[in-house]
Write a protein that binds this ligand. Structure first.
Ligand code: MG
Length: 412
């Protein structure tokens, strides 16, 4: 293939700017206020200076995080394969790439070139198999690639299989499917009612049937009732391992419907403000809502300041040229250098330049190697292997780029 379709590029840009927008105030109790400040001042906030985060959680303003990195990995896996409709093959390639990214050493990082990953994603890499996470990780990366499908009947089984690389939880798998269907349907100009009718008509595999119904019901709650009612409904399922404090907590059953609901109305900025008001996992809900809102409104509706201030823009505009190691290493190294600089003298991140991205030098080695075993399809005996070591860590470092979302437990 020569390039991705325009809706895919629009979805990716919406996702990346939303991700960068919400990242600085992730899990801040003042998330709503910070979102409004960012929109009013037309700039990406600084997690340390504007939000008050500790330096070890600082980020370069305007830089996307793991949500968009993983969306790019799915696009890369898709374009590399002769038959990308073969979900098992894409799953293998996705797993191989994220493992290579994890293993690639970056000074200061314990997760290689990955940035801001959740605990269950890291566990899925380190243990070589999926966890039983009901989190939103599978949904957060699925938006852009879902626009490459023509029909929902092809899309949904594909999403479930590819998502099984990192999670086995029915709520996470069906939540990813529901979000993917909205992105695909919106890219084709379908209304929310039309997409909902298609979703209700879909017959999921038996093991996903209840979770599918729960996700659809959760979405319908938000049509007429407040966030609190969604939390009561979700809590009553017993699937959350702790008390739900907000819809955007990262629990798939609340976070996916919250995101879809708020992406349906208003301007791109309106969507960013609305989806942030719950607080919680704001980089993820803004990334997902940004993806869906961009598909609904068009690329031109994304504010210019968001487009111009986005770091790593070359890869977002041209994912065919994106390299999972080389492109991301430049960005991740810059983020850790920025943290070190701040720890030394508290300087502003604006002083840290990011080297221009260039064509891949390492990627060719990556794709020529045999993919890692598909842990999602391993036998039980095979899964009882020793966990991987955090080879990407430097012995003397103690500044992991692991945000507070690592404390979320089951739906981390
Ligand atoms: Mg993130």
């Amino acid at each position: 293939m020569e390039s991705f379709p325009q809706p895919t590029l629009t979805a990716l840009l919406g996702q990346a700017v939303g991700d960068a927008f919400g990242a600085p105030f992730e899990f801040s109790p003042q998330a709503q206020r910070h979102a409004q400040t960012s929109l009013h001042q037309k700039r990406y906030l600084d997690a340390v200076h504007d939000v008050g985060s500790r330096i070890r959680f600082s980020r370069i303003p305007g830089l996307y995080t793991d949500d968009t990195q993983q969306a790019l990995v799915l696009l890369r896996a898709w374009m590399d394969l002769e038959n990308p409709n073969d979900a098992a093959a894409v799953a293998l390639r996705f797993q191989s790439i994220i493992t290579k990214m994890f293993d690639h050493w970056v000074k200061g990082s314990q997760t290689g070139v990955h940035r801001g990953t959740g605990r269950n994603f890291r566990d899925a890499i380190m243990f070589g198999g999926p966890t039983n996470s009901a989190g939103v990780g599978a949904a957060m990366r699925i938006g852009p690639i879902s626009t490459c499908f023509d029909s929902i009947d092809e899309l949904l089984p594909w999403v479930v299989t590819v998502s099984r690389v990192t999670t086995t939880h029915p709520l996470a798998l069906t939540g990813a499917g529901m979000f993917a269907a909205f992105c695909q349907g919106t890219a084709q100009g379908k209304s929310m009612d039309t997409i909902l009718a298609q979703l209700h008509a879909w017959n999921p595999p038996a093991d996903l049937d209840r979770a599918w119904s729960l996700n659809l019901e959760a979405l319908s709650i938000l049509e007429t009732r407040p966030e609190a009612d969604l939390l009561i409904f979700a809590q009553a399922t017993g699937a959350a391992n702790k008390t739900l404090g907000c819809a955007a907590s990262g629990f798939a059953l609340t976070t996916v419907p919250w995101t879809i609901h708020h992406a349906q109305q208003g301007s791109f900025s309106d969507v960013m403000a609305a989806v942030s008001k719950s607080g919680g996992d704001t980089d993820t809900v803004c990334a997902m809502a940004g993806c869906l809102a961009a598909l609904r409104l068009g690329r031109g509706a994304i504010p210019q300041w968001m487009q111009h201030g986005l770091k790593g823009r070359e890869s977002i505009d041209n994912p065919m040229q994106w390299d999972p190691i080389h492109s991301e290493k430049i960005l991740t190294e810059a983020e850790y250098q920025d943290q070190q600089q701040r720890q030394k003298n508290g300087s502003s991140s604006e002083s840290t330049p990011i080297a221009p991205q260039s064509l891949p030098t390492i990627w060719e080695e990556v794709i020529s190697e045999k993919p890692a075993p598909n842990s999602a399809l391993k036998t039980e005996d095979e899964q009882k292997q020793q966990p991987r070591q955090t080879a990407a860590s430097e012995p003397e470092t103690s500044t992991p780029n692991v945000p507070a979302k690592g404390q979320l437990g089951l739906f981390d």
